[in-house]
Design a protein around this ligand. Sequence first.
Ligand SMILES: [Zn+2]
Ligand SMILES: [Zn+2]
Length: 639
Amino acid sequence: MPKIKITLPDGSSKRVEKGVTAAEIASSIGKRLAQDALAIEINGKLTDLSAKIDNDSKIRIITYKDKEGKGVFWHSASHLMTQAVLRLFKGQNIGLGVGMPIDIGYYQDYDIKNLTEDDLKKIEKEMEKIVQEHLKISQKNIAKKEAYAFYKKDPYKTQFINEVQGNKVSMYTQGEFNNLCKGPHVPNTSYIKAFKLTKIAGAYWKGDSKNKMLTRIYGVAFPEKKQLKDYLELIKEAEKRDHRRIGQAMDLFSFHEEAPGMPFFHDKGQFIWQTLVDYTVELMKKRGYEINMTPMILSKNLWVQSGHWDHFKDNMYFTKIDDKESAVKPMNCPGNILIYKTKSHSYRELPIKAGEFGLVHRHELSGVLAGLFRVRCFTQDDAHIFCTEEQIEEQVKELLDFVDELYGTFGFDYNLELSTKPEKAMGDPNLWKLAEEKLGSVLDKSKKKYKLNEGDGAFYGPKIDFHVKDAIGRTWQCATIQLDFQMPEKFDLTYEGKDGRKHRPVMLHRTILGAVERFMGILIEHYAGKFPLWIAPEQVRIITVSDKFNKYADKIMDELKLQGIRVELDKRTESIPRKVREAQIQHVPLILTVGEKEVKNNTVAVRTLDNKVHFNIKITDLIKKILKNIENKKEKFSV
Ligand SMILES: [Zn+2]
Ligand SMILES: [Zn+2]
């Protein structure tokens, strides 16, 4: 038998017989890998484990741990679901629309009559049966003519066939069920050990409201039962922490039809927003930043020059000023560049760290808007660092330290990703390479672990992204550091070097919070509304046992206010338990009750977030502790 050479991702290689399958290679590497393998990537192309390898190849065995593996797994689960639907509703001529994996799980659209939420359980039961049947999943290419005949009653599949190039199409089969599909898929139905259908919704064919409304079923699936259990628990916990609900209970913000996707911050929400900005400014000042402010509307020409027009115009809003085409800024960079260009710069001034808390607008489809997580206008804690090539590493290092300090205050851990040149990139490939190497080397030197995301960089340069991990283990992309050799070129930015000649500065774009609004949403869910004292919009609520004690309560409130502590007084003639409950729903960290004993002893009773009551607390002692806790931005408060 002739031999071929297989190269694995770690660079090691093996000689194997020509025509060996991916499944066989996985087995030869290890039993565990053979069990976990879902698909294979051969020379960059994802395919089924049953694929035969005939030439020297670079391969990667794909498991559920890989992003691609999850995609294959979820896509296979959607086929499983469709097979169950077709079995259960045999009498109907069911059209099959789009089906695909999404962030978590998958969906499939059906042209089907009278399918309701109640049917989901039945479909799950049938899916379970198919899993037990261990049906082999196999692929073959068939002639288009044959495929048209097969789907002659299905206008959706017919359209899919029309869109395939060439005269063959790929068909997957499991048991009696055939599905026109590119794949790849897991080897058999028994792989899909745990699943749940989560939602049913309407969806237009091709997303176009002129087309017919189809029925979309969403589901999740996992290789192990425990993963499903953990996922469902996480969902329950996440619902409890939903920032939209908590935001309403705490009177932080609202949304209105009059400005869809754009948050309205109420007094308490604005306080949190402002506190985040103030804290970030404090850390910026320590590091020598200047802070600018630039207009929201700038001429179209500027956006053409910056390249945003080519790469970003679908997400921009436009208007006219004096008949001149203008755009509402989706980013702050060009504004900051104009400020840089107002004077000449010497190498002695560099690096220039120019910050801006700029309100940007980006168009998002109404379907993807989600509370503060996905909005159409937000404030970036943006900054642009203009420096020399030699200063890049030290500047990136400083930014890593900045991120550590700010995230540390919230107890956030994070994952790092380094993203490289995308397909739609501008600029010299050599500069790209240099920039990628610089970022990688800083991360290596600072001993930070990171994941490489090939092709996921910004159009003007590679970037480092930070994904913070919240209290329940979810991750959120927030901070980003982007290296940019292009913008200085396009805007002809210069500085005078030691040699008296003009040189090009390098530009770093960076945000730490990301969008202040979104970061606030993340914090609400991270703390489940129970903010640390320093950022809690209402730190103290005083509750009176009866009207008799109002005077004493007023006096205490004045003392607290005098120290800058945010306090409110609930004098209503409601019962104490009711007033306490309301304060707790609003997550007020310290609830002070005053009654007979407190007035007599000149003290207060303090209820903390853990629902413990501490009696006989002297107000001067309490104030001292509160102020110290705020100053140190402590996560917890103890009386
Ligand atoms: Zn498919
Ligand atoms: Zn920028």
